[in-house]
Design a protein around this ligand. Structure first.
Ligand code: FES
Length: 120
């Protein structure tokens, strides 16, 4: 009998996410429900997300812009995220989010995320 130590028996649902750099290069990735947008970028080697604090909402280097047509699909940011969005290297807009604070859900399948020119 072969045991697989990470096999939980759950079937993961992967969602399609397209990250677009400031230069316009597209990085289509797939990420499971439950990951954050930051994890989806970093674990797929998408450039442009630094994530210096590792997802603790303490660095603002996972700043991203949600494509306008997807803005309504995300829950509103909590106050700690809103506060940290005031610390981004590139000025935040109405479409700004911190990637570590947005979880991938089934409703986000196909979402398009734009990355800022700089995170630091
Ligand atoms: S990874 Fe540091 S605030 Fe998101």
């Amino acid at each position: 009998m072969v045991l697989h130590p990470v096999d939980t028996g759950k079937i993961l649902s992967f969602q399609r996410i397209t990250f677009v750099t400031a230069e316009g290069t597209k990085y289509p990735v797939e990420a499971p429900v439950g990951w954050t947008l930051m994890e989806a970028a970093v674990k797929n080697a998408v450039p442009g997300i630094v994530a210096e604090c590792g997802g603790s909402c303490a660095c603002a280097t996972c700043h991203l812009f949600v494509a306008s047509e997807w803005s309504g699909a995300l829950p509103a940011p909590e106050s700690v995220e809103r506060d940290m969005l005031e610390c981004t290297a590139e000025p935040a807009t109405a479409h700004s989010r911190l990637g570590c604070q947005v979880r991938v859900t089934a409703q986000l399948d196909g979402i398009v995320i734009h990355l800022p020119q700089s995170q630091v």
